[in-house]
Ligand binder design. Sequence first.
Ligand SMILES: *Cc1c(COP(=O)(O)O)cnc(C)c1O
Length: 431
Amino acid sequence: MKFYSLHHKSPAVSFREAVIRGIAPDRGLYFPEKIESLSPSFYNGIEQFTNAEIAFKAIEQFAAEDIPPDILQSIVEEVLSFHFPVVPIDDRIGTLELFHGPTMAFKDVGARFMARCLGYFSASRNSDITVLVATSGDTGGAVAHGFLGVEGIKVVILYPSGKVSDIQEKQLTTLGKNITALEVSGSFDDCQHMVKTAFLDSDITERRQLTSANSINVARWLPQQFYYFFAYKQLKSRNQKIVFSVPSGNFGNLCAGMVAQQLGLPVGHFIASTNINDTVPRFMQSGQYSPRQSSPTISNAMDVGDPSNFIRIRELFGDDFEKLKTHLSSYSFTDSETKKAIKEIHAKSGYIADPHGAVGFLGLKKYLRDHRESYGVFLETAHPVKFIDVVEQTLGIKLPLPPQIEAIISKKKIAYPIATYDQLKEYLLNS
Ligand SMILES: *Cc1c(COP(=O)(O)O)cnc(C)c1O
């Protein structure tokens, strides 16, 4: 399977090359040349397969030319070492919990998968690969944990000083080994800008093999499709149309769900739920894509004004707006609506949702109002403890700390402060 650049000015490459490069030389995102349906018998018998077996089938066509089957099998087994339950909220709605991994956000699966692929590829190279990533919170922790101790890989994470939660900061600054955190005095956009500049800086790229671990990397993006299969496996016996509401920021997770649908997974509809950063909801109204500066919200992992993966969603449907509309609806919600939803979910079921999941719940509720035959699943993308201040304040309760979080909270933060691009460059060239 080859991957082509969505800018069409660089040659198509193998999975291996796409993972190592992250982005094509013409700055386009890589996209698979074709997507083939899995057999109807696979779907008919899906309950008999383990999660790792399902994941292997889903990812095989994309990666098999570059990773032998036994290795790919053991990679997915290691990556999927926790569970993905659908928890009922009421008789028409369930939540798919994606937060049972080491950093308690859904990005663990993609980050772990990418780390293991890159680790496998780097074994046959004679120089290190540097993973450079900007984070507004969850990406950094997931990438740090996913890549910790992987030979041949150095990880450099930029995060905006004072703008990530305490728990998030601890998750990316306490690991040591091959992981370095750079604390940037500036915003997330500043961090992202520095990273983009580094990728274009030939002084650096001639001396270091840089790659990105943001969801533009195919090895982080594609394994996210597994979640949708796991939900289907649990819900198939209901014999109902299943719709997914996905709390969306850069739209990698949602786009992966749409790939699963093209692999033949029976999905009735997708709902892209956002906070007030509503570039995609506006696009779905008007057909005009007009990105904006992002605004801060309580669901901050979705504070994205120009979602990087949305172009892949358009490509999946041949950039046909009418066709896309038959598969996707998109709604945005304010912080006060989100807090009300956290209260509503708790009152009706005792379930404690995080702000991102709550946005997903709101989108689902809106869609189900006019589609009463469907069963709705909203993705719970982070454990509520990751947004402890908002959740405790909104519900007036205390959240117990899970063991993964307890273990890091007392560890010592190690981060190098930087303020300018030149400081980043110096670090990359001299480390
Ligand atoms: C990253 C993240 C999202 C957004 O996912 P995308 O794939 O970027 O759309 C949603 N919720 C949480 C908790 C996240 O960490």
